[in-house]
Design a protein around this ligand. Structure first.
Ligand SMILES: [Cu+2]
Length: 113
């Protein structure tokens, strides 16, 4: 009885997982300065289609993201972060995107190579 219940639960889990598509996880190095940056990025990505979880770690300067690869690609996510003025892994914001940041959120040397 217990085995049967477990089997059913497991099958339901597998079916559910395949129905919702593959969820990927990524941690990107960024150019976060303060709590305001954290809020900007978390709020900015929260309603982006395909993004499930966004967590910004100010101290580590990292953005952790869970996303559905069937709805959004990693490159698209990086571009969204760049648009807000922040670095996303190997992808840098343009001068224009960076200049849009609040003065206290600008990290020196971000656009230099
Ligand atoms: Cu900031």
């Amino acid at each position: 009885m217990k085995t049967a219940t477990l089997f059913i639960a497991f099958t339901a889990l597998v079916l559910n997982a395949s129905a919702i598509g593959k969820t990927e996880e990524v941690t990107l190095k960024s150019s976060i300065v303060c709590e305001m940056c954290k809020e900007t990025i978390e709020k900015g990505l929260a309603y982006t289609s395909g993004i499930k979880v966004v967590r910004v770690d100010v101290e580590k300067n990292e953005i952790f993201i869970k996303y559905k690869s069937s709805k959004i690609t990693l490159e698209e996510i990086k571009k969204e972060i760049n648009k807000m003025g922040y670095v996303a892994g190997d992808s840098k914001p343009t001068r224009e995107e960076y200049e849009g940041l609040h003065a206290c959120c600008k990290k020196e040397g971000v656009l230099d190579d």
